[in-house]
Write a new protein. Sequence first.
Length: 367
Amino acid sequence: MTEELSRTSALAGRHTALGSGLEDWNGMGTAWEYSSDACDEHDAVREAAGLFDMSPLKKVHVRGADAASVVDHVATRDLSTIAPGQSAYGAVLTEAGTVADDAIVANMGGDHWLFVHGSGASMELLGESGAGRDVSIELDDDLHDLSLQGPAALGLLDAHSTADLAGLGYFHQVDTELFGHACTISRTGYSGERGYEVFVGADAVGDVWDQILGHGAALGVMPCSFTALDKVRIEAALLFYGYDMNDEHTPWEAGLGWSLSAGGGFRGAEAAAASRGAERHVVAGISVAHDDMVVGEELLTLDGAEVGVVNSPAWSHRLQKSLALVHLAPSAAAPGTTLEVVGDGVTYAATVEAIPFFDPAKSRTHA
């Protein structure tokens, strides 16, 4: 890490001790790699649990009498259906109806919403929507986000929490204590597994990290890098803003049309509705006839004609496949379609596959 970053995780020292160079993402030094094998980390998520530091996500508190109205103008979901203690994933749009970001919005109760987003423009758009309103909007970098994902996550956390995590529904959160520290635990994640995110302050996050790994070691729990995160989220066909979508894509092209509230009222609603049915491309998955991951940004061709681009590639040793999330012309996106991946001096055969590649029924996430 050579450049000064604007945001710092309290776990930075633990990440460097694990071999991370703390590469920048979203303004924070991020554990893209550890000294451990990312395939072993991948196995931990699928067979036990993997612990990720998701603190580079931006956690934004929106509070005040107009908080719900402001958040409802920015997020595409119908927030009138999100009760206190619940959250929802959805898109954030530009005025032109294209995707400015994606986010999880949590109703914390009492005119307080928590807006968790990545590298898109949510913070700026919240500020625009909140201008002149009775609302405060605060980026909270003291609040850290630990994500424990995998089949051992529930048992480990439930044994050391004061809440009944077994009864916590999908996309619900609860204020509780974990290892004696006040925190909020949500049943959310980015892995294709049942998992939980622990939102806890900087003064306690180091102890919580250490306690999870200490109590989980005998179960096969291990710290996991963003390289492993890429593997599991691509298997599960979960999108990453800036790679699988950006502000040039409509929500229909990004596979997020389902998140648009039928009642409208959010920024870009009319433009997004008008763009439906005019998709230039759609999100799809391919397997590549190659024994490693491809680079990314390769062109996809069908009978010599360009029909798409590779967005997020990964090698899955568990599926023994080179996978990628891609954008494809709708006419080329049917599963079974044979394509060519055309890179710098190389060409590989590829086949369109149904997504998610892993657990298509999502039975593990919803278990």
